[in-house]
Design a protein around this ligand. Structure first.
Ligand code: NAD
Length: 484
């Protein structure tokens, strides 16, 4: 049997912002899980770098605590945690100043793959890039990982791309969107391009419409300052939903290879039409069921920032002309549910007559909380009593189909970090992709600002404003209910 763990070379990974929330919640647990799978070779160093004045010993204690808190089920063996922490080091560096850089340089191993994870606020990215080069830490084996948000609009994204390009080659820059690392998102490509079954039907002739939903139950409390300047359009649509749209809509790339995939995604973004104002609904949650209103969460009683967006867009090319894409995302909705639904057209004629009812095939790709793919097919309801039709799911949920193998499947951050170490950019966004996504998003946001648009209120833990439902009904369609 072929090993499922692809070995990597010895590497140094420096986590700038190593004491922060993302490092503790996602990056360090992901590295620990890869360590447990034997993918952190001897001699590799995981170096936390932040402004706090900590010793390596104190940082190791912080790391052990984070592992217990976030992956306690697998971090209960003190010996394994101790062995992992042998790889962990800490250097106090001010990315915006001059202190700490030589200590960091001394920690790094010459010749090894060297990755710098920018897990700091976006205001620090440029200084960090400059600091790395000024202190001679950038070599041919250097990679940087840049977190979202990548810019605030087209202008700032272009400025950041220009700044990074002064210090790194594009092949060294990994703009992370963790949605692209999810097992099901990868599987979406396997389903589309590994089967003969779907691709011939994957076009406007057979597909009525496509829905992409990313619904969250959490509000914005604790991240209010950031969110108030961002809103759902910048925080979710410009990156995660657009990326999912690209993977669903793109043409088959010639190879599963970074630039081939990214070229096809870029073509999708460039083919998107401008969204008409009546094809977009903004919402903002109000207090309900014990949850505070958005405006209380961000401490701004006059806030016009949206915590919900639903929109209809069109990919203007031969494959998709006439098939709308409906995108929906929001906070404080009734369920945590990320999914893509491909709704096929009705059969051209029903031989079973009107009493058989209306039945459609639907392919549902569930990203969270449970990853899996379901295809609804229409069959005869078993038993006597004539030809009654019923839709049944062909369930491709991985846990059932693949049994214990899937339980070991890695989380998005594990996969993406290891791709950085291996030097595989397929699942990372290229400069032109990010800019094209902003070029599409900016006019929508500028339109709201120019009109002084106020988001429609919706109750916390409901399904968003009624206008979103009305927008769909105008087209004779319905949103798929959120999976509760
Ligand atoms: P945080 O505020 O919890 O942590 C920031 C870290 O950066 C701290 O370790 C801090 O010491 C360090 N830092 C700040 N200024 C520094 C400087 N001048 N020099 C060195 N270190 C410095 O933030 P976070 O939530 O961990 O987010 C980090 C980045 O990841 C942000 O860009 C954020 O937008 C992005 N992000 C976070 C999440 C998340 O779930 N937390 C999700 C997606 C993206």
């Amino acid at each position: 049997m072929v090993s499922r763990i692809i070995p990597v070379e010895t590497f140094d990974l420096v986590i700038f912002g190593g004491t922060g929330d993302l490092a503790r919640r996602k990056i360090l647990p992901a590295l620990f899980k890869r360590f447990c799978s034997g993918q952190v070779p001897d001699g590799s160093k995981l170096i936390g770098a932040a402004r706090s004045d900590l010793t390596t010993q104190a940082y190791r204690a912080l790391v052990a605590e984070a592992l217990l808190e976030f992956v306690g089920d697998i971090a209960s063996d003190a010996e394994t945690v101790r062995a992992f922490c042998e790889h962990v080091h800490y250097v106090s560096v001010d990315a915006r100043g001059e202190t700490g850089w030589s200590a960091l340089a001394a920690e790094l191993s010459p010749g090894a793959v060297r990755a710098f994870y920018f897990s700091v606020g976006p205001g620090v990215y440029s200084d960090l890039a400059r600091g790395l080069e000024r202190h001679g830490l950038v070599g041919p084996e250097t990679r940087i990982v840049v977190e979202k948000p990548f810019g605030h609009d087209l202008e700032t994204a272009q400025a950041l791309n220009r700044e990074l390009a002064q210090h790194f080659d594009e092949s060294q820059i990994y703009r992370i969107d963790h949605y692209l690392g999810k097992e099901t998102v990868q599987n979406l490509m396997a389903v589309r391009f590994g089967n003969m079954l779907f691709e011939p039907l994957w076009n406007a002739q057979y597909i009525d419409h496509i829905q992409i939903t990313v619904a969250e139950t959490v509000g914005v409390a604790g991240r209010g300052d950031y969110y108030e300047k961002s809103g759902a359009m910048r925080d979710m649509v410009q990156n995660h939903l657009m990326q999912l749209l690209c993977l669903i809509a793109m043409e088959p790339p010639a190879q599963f290879e970074p630039d081939a995939v990214r070229d096809e995604k870029l073509k999708v973004i460039r083919a998107l039409d401008a969204v008409q104002p009546h094809h977009i609904v903004r919402g903002q949650y109000t207090a309900a069921d014990g949850a505070a209103a958005y405006r209380e969460d961000v401490d701004n009683p006059r806030s016009k920032t949206e915590s919900f967006v639903a929109l209809k867009c069109q990919v203007n090319n031969w494959r998709w002309a006439g098939t709308p894409f409906y995108l929906r995302t929001g906070k404080r909705l009734s369920a945590r549910d990320s999914e893509i639904t491909v709704v096929f057209k009705d059969t051209p004629h029903s031989i079973f007559g009107p009493e058989a009812g209306r039945h459609r095939n639907e392919l549902n790709i569930q990203l969270q909380p449970n990853e899996g793919i379901t295809l609804n097919v229409t069959i005869k309801e078993p038993g006597p009593g004539g030809m009654r039709l019923v839709d049944v799911p062909l369930d491709m949920s991985f846990a059932e189909a693949l049994g214990p193998k899937v339980q070991g499947s890695s989380d998005a951050y594990e996969r993406l970090i290891m791709d950085v170490i291996r030097g595989n950019q397929t699942l990372f966004m290229r400069d032109d992709e990010v800019e094209a996504a902003w070029a599409w998003t900016d006019p929508i946001i500028h339109g709201w600002e120019a009109r002084g648009d106020v988001p429609k209120p919706y109750d916390a833990f409901a399904d968003g404003p009624d206008d979103a439902v009305v927008m769909m009904r105008r087209d004779g369609r319905e949103w798929r209910g959120l999976d509760k």
